[in-house]
Design a protein around this ligand. Structure first.
Ligand SMILES: O=C(O)C1=C[C@@H](OP(=O)(O)O)[C@@H](O)[C@H](O)C1
Ligand SMILES: C=C(OP(=O)(O)O)C(=O)O
Length: 454
């Protein structure tokens, strides 16, 4: 095992043409909400109780980092956690390096969290995370007075930050629509006197804003331009502990959902999935393509809208996905590309530049995967165009490049290709969806692997 928990050697898997998928499944808790619930718990004096926490490697690394900064973080049952925090500005200097493994969210949000404390902390991660851009976080934090003591070339990990005695509140217009940038600045803003404002031209997921309000901070959100938002936080609040129930992750639900659409005769219900409108771009797109998807038992749980999603195998037609929809489905493009190969006609996914800086260069990884599966595609600038043929031959081996979503997307594809599809390494699936294999097999998916069942 590596320091971050997944197997050191690659674990290949083979997906085979499967019979109709049937049944009900509840995928694990939302990754974004899980990271944030631990972080807010650590910034709150008193006990924060969390249920339904995603116990994937990414989130477990955030839990360890919160503990290293002095919070008391305890697992009391399956998905049940308690955090006793230290209050805004109360974090302690960690003794060792904070290792975030594969997680952009954990590392970037916690850079913001640390900024408001006069401490020095070193951030690191695996080879994938070390390649990802961190300047986008360091730029606003430096404006607020944080010192970047040391960083690898291009402001990458490993890097060391030193929080100032007195942080400066700023108004920051984010150059990219990124909830990680917005959240890092707002988390830093907790420790600054006065108001910190983040402006984004396209609205990104709003879990940080919701959680700030849930924990008693003063936050105002105003529309900005056609699709954007202006978020303002009043600094130095006293956060009050509040229980958190983590809804099922729509980004994980996307895998059984697309599998059910492309495996003939399937009918699957995915329970308790978060339907926050800033996360539903994939569902909107698939419905436009003709997918038979319906919401049942719609309700509000822990401040987020959720529903049971019923999905039946469907004949899909290609569509054009507008660039402004990207933030609401940013992690879902790899699996949308798979659905698009099973559609008839062209699906054009516009404005995917951010996919190049995820756990892998997802634009390149998806293109290579489609080629391995015999599906037709082309890339024009930052757009991916898949020419659907109602199916694909399969037969190749997909390189996952340390990227969980590439691994899961192409295992889903192999459930409906003519020949089996191999994926070279599924070990990173444990970062976000540790129960993927047993849950997919429970629906009838034929996936062979020597991996220990999760
Ligand atoms: O804030 C978050 O929880 C996330 C934001 C997105 O990243 P960006 O902010 O880089 O778009 C997304 O890709 C990631 O999986 C989770
Ligand atoms: C991009 C992702 O996560 P992160 O940025 O946290 O690594 C993801 O889960 O697809």
């Amino acid at each position: 095992m590596s320091s971050t928990g997944h197997a050191a050697l690659p674990v290949p898997a083979l997906a085979r043409r499967s019979p109709a998928l049937k049944g009900r499944v509840r995928v694990p808790g939302d990754k974004s909400v899980s990271h944030r619930s631990l972080i807010f718990g650590a910034l709150t004096i008193g006990e924060t109780r969390i249920s339904g926490l995603l116990e994937g490697e990414d989130v477990l690394n955030t839990a360890k980092a919160c503990a290293a900064l002095g919070a008391d973080v305890e697992r009391v049952g399956e998905g049940e956690w308690r955090v006793h925090g230290l209050g805004v500005g109360g974090l302690r200097a960690p003794e060792g390096v904070l290792d975030f493994g594969n997680a952009g969210t954990g590392s970037r949000l916690m850079m913001g969290m640390v900024a408001g404390n006069p401490i020095t902390a070193t951030f690191d991660g695996d080879a994938s995370l070390r390649r990802r851009p961190m300047r986008r976080i360091l730029d606003p934090l430096e404006q607020m007075g944080v010192e970047v003591v040391e960083a690898a070339e291009g402001g990458r990990l490993p890097l060391t930050l030193k929080g100032p005695q007195e942080l400066v509140p700023i108004t920051y217009e984010s150059p990219v629509a990124s909830a990680q940038i917005k959240s890092a600045v707002l988390l830093a803003g907790l420790g600054a006197p006065g108001e910190t404002t983040v402006i984004e031209k396209e609205a990104s997921r709003d879990h940080t804003e919701r959680m700030l309000t849930h924990f008693g901070a003063e936050v105002t959100v105003e529309p900005y331009g056609e699709h954007g938002r202006k978020v303002t936080l009043k600094g130095r609040p006293e956060l009050k502990p509040a229980p958190i129930r983590v809804p099922a992750d729509p980004s994980s639900a996307a895998f059984p959902l697309v599998a059910a659409l492309i495996v003939p005769g399937s009918e699957v219900v995915i329970e308790g999935v978060m339907t926050n409108p800033l996360r539903t771009g994939l569902l909107i797109t698939l419905k436009e393509m003709g997918a038979d998807i319906s919401f049942e038992n719609e309700r509000v749980e822990g401040g987020e809208s959720v529903a049971d999603i019923r999905v039946r195998a469907s004949a899909l037609t290609g569509v054009s996905v507008p660039a402004e929809r990207a933030p609401s489905m940013i992690d879902e493009y790899p699996v949308l590309a798979v659905a698009a190969a099973f559609a008839s006609g062209e699906t054009r996914m516009n404005g995917l530049s951010e996919l190049r800086v995820k756990e892998s260069d997802r634009l390149a990884a998806v293109a290579d995967g489609l080629a391995q599966a015999g599906a037709a595609y082309r890339i024009e600038g930052d757009d991916l165009i898949v020419t659907g043929a109602g199916g694909a031959a399969g037969g190749g081996t997909v390189a996952t490049h340390m990227d969980h979503r590439i691994a899961m997307s192409f295992l889903v594809m192999g459930l409906a290709t003519d020949k089996p599809l191999k994926v070279d390494d599924i070990s990173f699936i444990a970062t976000s969806f540790p129960t993927f294999l047993p849950q997919m097999r429970g629906l009838g998916a034929l996936i062979d692997s020597e991996a220990v069942a999760g």
